[in-house]
Ligand binder design. Structure first.
Ligand SMILES: *Cc1c(COP(=O)(O)O)cnc(C)c1O
Length: 346
């Protein structure tokens, strides 16, 4: 049966996936040591090290804003700056938290194409000013998959990390939808991170079927110094940590993390294929992850809202964003596409 309350406004409209839920259930027996000294946290960290094929440092935070902000803060001093895309979540959707937690490190926005930074756009910003009066560039942050549903290829990542090395910049990856990128490319997590020169990854769990939680992985372990204190000070150290970490065990011990991402990506492809070429609709970006961005007349968007559909329009003028989730029903995608068709009179 189609679930009529399924929406496409965001991939965090969905609930908790069965694997994460079952692991929470299993973790909910008896007493465990607190503040991350429990067996679930140990197991989750071990799964991450296996999955990424490296001995990385692993931390857990409640949400992506905290994970990104604290990770960035650990990569620079207050007088440094962080280069990001003009569409980056850290710039547009984190209420200044990266600047706040880093005690003032300035975000510098660089031009991006389809949400992606390039070596050239990074270079332009990094080399624009090199005098004492301007905050010194120290970090590049990029988003994989990007805020507009595109995906950096390994070659693009390697070119960016080479530029970072050249300019003395650390490389951070906001991986709120990292799973979707892995699924789209068929690459291993290692290939898309440390093997491509990424120093730190914030791996999103919430949008991939968890209730709450992001993992912060330091591939460059020296950058993780005192990160546990930073998390604690920021109110991000869960005392009953097992309930933040157990869901990761559920997602990572099988292939649920990848399967859910593949499903969400598939639904986005389906939606794109059903509306592509309709007069009055334009795909704004290549559909590579779980999001579809459509340019449509304002009246059509209003009519779509009138039919009860929810979606965000604050990215790109006149554009509507539709996000698919781990539990999105194909029938619901078809209903949305049919409503778009009928509104456009096709
Ligand atoms: C959702 C999201 C985050 C995390 O947001 P929170 O609401 O703080 O959990 C981070 N980066 C991107 C690109 C996102 O889409």
């Amino acid at each position: 049966m189609t679930d009529n309350n399924q929406q496409f406004a965001s991939d965090n409209y969905s609930g908790i996936c069965p694997e994460a839920w079952a692991a929470m259930e299993k973790a909910n027996h008896g007493h465990e040591r607190a503040y991350g000294e429990d067996q679930w946290t140990e197991r989750a960290a071990e799964y991450f090290r296996q999955l990424f094929e490296t001995d990385c440092e692993v931390f857990f935070a409640f949400n992506g804003t905290a994970a990104n902000s604290l990770a960035l803060a650990s990569l620079c001093q207050s007088y440094h700056s962080v280069i990001c895309s003009e569409t980056a979540h850290v710039e547009t959707d984190e209420c200044g938290a990266p600047e706040f937690f880093s005690n003032g490190s300035k975000l510098l926005t660089a031009a991006s194409t389809h949400g992606k930074l390039t070596p050239q756009s990074i270079r332009e910003v990094a080399l624009k000013r090199q005098d004492i009066h301007y905050p010194k560039p120290r970090v590049v942050t990029l988003t994989q998959a990007t805020e507009v549903g595109t995906v950096y290829r390994p070659d693009e990542l390697k070119a960016i990390s080479a530029t970072c090395k050249d300019l003395g910049l650390n490389l951070h990856m906001d991986g709120a939808r990292f799973s979707n990128a892995c699924s789209f490319l068929g690459c291993t997590p290692a290939e898309l991170t440390w093997k491509s020169g990424v120093d730190v990854l914030c791996f999103g769990g919430t949008k991939n079927g968890m209730a709450v939680g992001e993992a912060i992985l330091f591939f460059n372990r020296s950058l993780a110094e005192d990160f546990d204190y930073r998390c604690k000070q920021a109110g991000q150290l869960a005392s009953k940590m097992r309930f933040l970490s157990a869901p990761w065990v559920g997602l990572l011990e099988g292939d649920a993390w990848l399967r859910h991402a593949a499903h969400a990506n598939h639904c986005a492809q389906l939606l794109a294929s059903l509306v592509k070429g309709l007069p009055g609709v334009e795909l704004m970006f290549p559909v590579e992850a779980n999001g579809v961005f459509l340019q449509m007349p304002e009246a059509a968007l209003d009519a779509l809202r009138g039919k009860g559909w929810r979606f965000y329009t604050f990215i790109g003028s006149g554009g509507a964003r539709f996000m698919c989730s781990w539990d999105t029903q194909e029938a619901r995608v078809r209903e949305l596409a049919a409503d778009i068709r009928s509104i456009l009179g096709t």
